[in-house]
Design a protein around this ligand. Structure first.
Ligand code: ARG
Length: 461
């Protein structure tokens, strides 16, 4: 069993079927640069502890540097006999540093604390890439909101016309959700910035190595305070997978709207040619595939999260080999988001909104009925009664096939003596919008203040 990390107590090598099952290089090789960075830090603490002399340290670092160059160029890669990234890199180190020096590096560390550390390093790097991608989506939404600061649209609940809102208000609602996902990644990083290196297999090291020196060289805030926790816990992975799934779900909800908006029936938007696809048979088609892939991938990311949680739920402390299954779900979540989000940002940035149609639809479906009721409240009518009166006006209009603003003074007065001609001041979309000016409301001035706050929170990241 040439090259394996654990041959000594075995009479023969593993069965081919076990080797096939056990091998993880096909997915953990992406951690190789992190493994080598960990090895450099580990070599330094071995030196500090007197376990490598100065010449050995220099030779070790030199061999690791050469190994890293070969890994990056592709000149050095896993062989079928390599079990995992750690075994493969030890083989590469020994090829470059010789068996005597190369064989010294493994002292005081285990693949268990290594893998737990490398995973966190990889996730932290990609959390910032995913965060940048999410911020591009936020910025695309902000740019669209700025392009249409005062355009009204039909606001919906239950997918039914509810009240007019500003298009900018609606777009910024998505921006806030995605911004929170970015804030979650930033917050997650505080918990991820703790290094398991030095935990050994589960119990720590007897060799006087300083885990905090390794932690700080690898960009962590500190080393873990419990070696069992360091090697056995994967909540940092699960939390990351949850934030990714939540981000995918947020983008999926927005995308569902885009697919609806782009239908002939809605005709709220036209997708840019660069962000839509055609049909192989129907020449007229222009499909919202970016939005649909976003919706589909959200399901996949939920699967990544649930698969990971299911793998963890029955595990006793400390390390169990089940934990090898922790990586593909989070790698997949990262891979999917890193290809999806740039396309989503591009789709949102290039959407063309049909503001005339949105404005025409905004007051329809008796969307101003709430304004009538609230106007009555301002005249001193109890809301319960105001609701009844406005509802009666809607029923009258439905029966007569008219709109609220078409009613004559006499018709209003016949419905209720409280419905004096002054009610007309709220029977316009502009009046309705302008009246909702408290914090978080859809009035143009409130949305301008909202945008300033959003920009302030963006600048804080
Ligand atoms: N490849 C393993 C993982 O991904 C790390 C190796 C630990 N293996 C072991 N037998 N203790 O978790």
């Amino acid at each position: 069993n040439e090259g394996a990390l654990w041959g000594g107590r075995f009479a023969g090598g593993p069965a081919d079927a076990l080797a096939e099952l056990s091998r993880s290089t096909q997915f953990d090789w992406r951690l190789a640069p992190y493994d080598i960075a960990g090895s450099r830090a580990h070599a330094r603490v071995l030196h500090t502890a007197g376990l490598l002399d100065a010449d050995e340290l220099t030779a070790m670092i030199d061999a690791l540097d050469r190994l890293e160059a070969d890994v990056r160029s592709g000149a050095y890669a896993p062989a079928p006999s390599d079990e995992d990234v750690h075994g493969c890199l030890e083989r590469g180190l020994i090829e470059r540093a010789g068996a005597r020096l190369g064989g010294k590096l493994r002292a005081g560390r285990s693949r268990n604390d290594q893998i737990a550390t490398l995973g966190r390093m990889y996730l932290r790097d990609h959390a910032s890439i995913v965060a940048r991608n999410l911020l591009d989506v936020v910025r695309a939404l902000i740019a669209q909101a700025r392009r249409h600061p005062n355009a009204p649209m039909p606001g919906r609940t239950h997918l039914q016309h509810a009240q007019p809102v500003l298009l900018s208000h609606h777009l910024l609602a998505h921006a806030w959700a995605v911004l929170r996902d970015v804030q979650r990644l930033v917050d997650w990083d505080r918990r991820a910035a703790v290094s398991p290196y030095g935990s050994g297999a589960l119990a720590g090291s007897s060799l006087g190595l300083d885990p905090n020196a390794v932690a700080s060289e690898l960009g962590f805030d500190s080393a873990v305070y419990n070696s069992i926790d360091g090697t056995a816990s994967r909540d940092v992975y699960a939390e990351f997978a949850w934030v990714c799934a939540m981000a995918a779900v947020d983008v999926s909800r927005m995308s569902e709207e885009v697919t609806t908006w782009a239908t002939k029936e809605f005709s709220f938007v036209t997708l840019d040619d660069a962000f839509s696809t055609g049909s192989s048979i129907m020449p007229q088609k222009k499909n919202p595939d970016v939005a649909e892939l976003a919706r589909g991938k959200a399901g996949r990311l939920i699967g990544d999260l649930t698969g990971l949680l299911a793998a963890l739920k029955g595990l006793p402390l400390a390390y169990n080999r089940d934990l090898q299954e922790d990586k593909e779900p989070v790698f997949d979540a990262i891979d999917q988001l890193e290809v999806l989000l740039p396309a989503v940002a591009g789709m949102m940035a290039t959407l063309e909104f049909h503001t005339e149609r949105l404005a025409e639809l905004a007051p329809q479906g008796f969307a101003l009925a709430t304004d009538v009721a609230e106007w009555l409240v301002r005249q001193g009518v109890p809301f319960r009664e105001a609701h009844e009166i406005s509802g009666a006006a809607v029923r009258f209009c439905e029966e007569h096939g008219s709109e609220l603003w078409d009613l004559t003074d006499e018709q209003f007065a016949a419905i209720s003596e409280n419905l004096t001609p002054g009610v007309r001041e709220v029977l316009t979309v502009q009046g309705s919008l302008a009246s909702r000016s408290s914090q978080g409301g859809t009035a143009p001035d409130a949305v301008a203040r909202q945008l300033a706050e959003l920009e302030r929170q963006l600048a804080q990241l």
